[in-house]
Design a protein around this ligand. Structure first.
Ligand SMILES: Cc1ncc(COP(=O)(O)O)c(C=O)c1O
Length: 401
């Protein structure tokens, strides 16, 4: 034990050493997780309806995931990328099984933003063009490449100039038709905009963007970082609309809590790549691949994708029933287990009260939206706890003068 550790204020240590870029909600220090629940250093438990920001899709510390990581940690953690590895190959084969057959090449990275950066490079190489289209309220990450595609001005503007991106209104096909010319390498698209407000893409818009890309020689990159691996009730969000993207970006649910990212892409993209076109020291390390393999097996064995569709319908119905008539609520919407309560006020105070008074964790999405991204393993009883807490907090806030 470090000297004085027993009395150390861990929140203060974190804040002084790691603070400055990430806002923390209060002084709570989380020390353990199990299923939908997180436990703090005082033993208090919280219902985690965020799945640690959309990541722990199997719940915290699912035994199959924890076992796979522990076993691999005692076998081989890192393997030089210039050599093949048994677990990496098994993981890639399993991932290829759940991807559509035309996305038959994969690059392994460590995070969502890194996957987006890879896709941006691949699209530029493939088309020989340099510009991209992304959408207002889009979020694609915060590395320099990914940041160029992210919409929020306060993230992006201090770092200008960034790679050239046109930000167009979401769900407005006419604007894409106007802007998509021969300078555009790729259109980056979320099927449901997550951080930007749980804005659901309209079928006609999504299919129309794909058609315009095909007609004008641009690539369609679908960002499935938040929507992938069952979150929306299908393995991938683009399946709802029978899309055929040229590239997709994956992270969050890929390792179900273990940091991983990936880009999957077509043969014609692969043909333009060359050795050294992209690379990553940690991408595809055996420990991550063992986690990813266990996650993919568990999604299938526990039929969690189908479960997300059923539980998502239940969750949204119960929210609508319990929040009906509350004047602070503008709309309840969702797709699978990606759910939103749009408010007529800022979401911050409601999120704070949910945590402080009800021990329930939820996320913001844009200024006015409460977002729920629970583990796909959530039970009806846990949904009821979350719905009742949300209804109580919003009823109290509505009653306030
Ligand atoms: C849709 C989407 N794209 C990209 C990212 C960036 O992923 P990461 O935080 O792993 O870099 C996120 C993260 O929330 C996301 O939701």
């Amino acid at each position: 034990m470090i000297e004085g550790e027993a009395t150390m204020n861990l929140a203060a240590v974190e804040e002084s050493l790691l603070g400055g870029t990430t806002a923390r909600r209060d002084e709570t220090v989380i020390v353990r997780g199990e299923g939908c629940w997180l436990y703090d250093s005082t033993g208090r438990r919280y219902l985690d309806l965020t799945a640690a920001q959309g990541v722990t899709m199997l719940g915290h510390c699912h035994p199959a995931l924890s076992r796979a990581i522990a076993e691999q940690a005692q076998t081989l953690i890192s393997c030089p990328n210039f050599l093949y590895n048994d677990v990496r190959a098994r993981f890639a084969a399993r991932l290829a099984d759940v991807l559509p057959p035309h996305l038959c090449h994969i690059f392994l990275a460590n995070s969502g933003a890194e996957a987006i950066d890879g896709a941006l490079k691949f699209a530029r190489l493939t088309t020989g063009r340099t510009r991209a289209i992304a959408f207002r309220s889009a979020f694609h990450g915060r590395t320099v490449g990914a940041l160029s595609l992210t919409w929020e001005k306060k993230y992006r503007e201090p770092f200008l100039p960034l790679p050239d991106t046109l930000h167009l209104p979401y769900n407005n096909l006419a604007k894409v038709d106007e802007a998509l010319d021969s300078s555009i390498a790729a259109v980056f698209l979320e099927i449901v905009q997550g951080e930007g407000g749980v804005n659901i893409g309209e079928r006609e818009f999504l299919q129309g963007v794909q058609q315009l890309c095909q007609e004008r020689g641009a690539l369609l990159v679908v960002d499935e970082i938040q929507t992938g691996f069952g979150r929306t009730g299908r393995w991938f969000g683009f399946e709802h609309h029978s899309l055929r993207p040229d590239l997709i970006c994956l992270a969050k649910g890929l390792g179900a809590g273990f940091p991983m990212g990936a880009v999957a892409y077509t043969r014609s993209v692969q043909e333009k790549l060359y050795l050294g076109a992209h690379g990553s020291t940690f991408g595809g390390n055996p420990l991550a691949c063992a986690a990813g393999l266990a996650a993919l097996q568990t999604y299938a064995e526990e039929r969690l994708v189908e479960r997300a569709a059923v539980m998502g319908d239940y969750f949204v119905r119960r929210l609508r029933e319990e929040l009906a008539g509350n004047l602070l609520v503008r709309e309840v919407r969702g797709m699978g287990l990606m759910l939103a309560v749009e408010l007529r006020q800022k979401a911050g105070p409601t999120l704070k009260s949910l945590m402080a008074e009800e021990s329930v964790l939820a996320l913001p999405a844009g200024p006015n939206v409460l977002r729920f991204l629970p583990p796909l393993t959530i039970t009806e009883e846990e949904v009821e706890v979350g719905v009742a807490a949300t209804a109580r907090v919003l009823a109290a806030q509505e009653a306030r003068p």
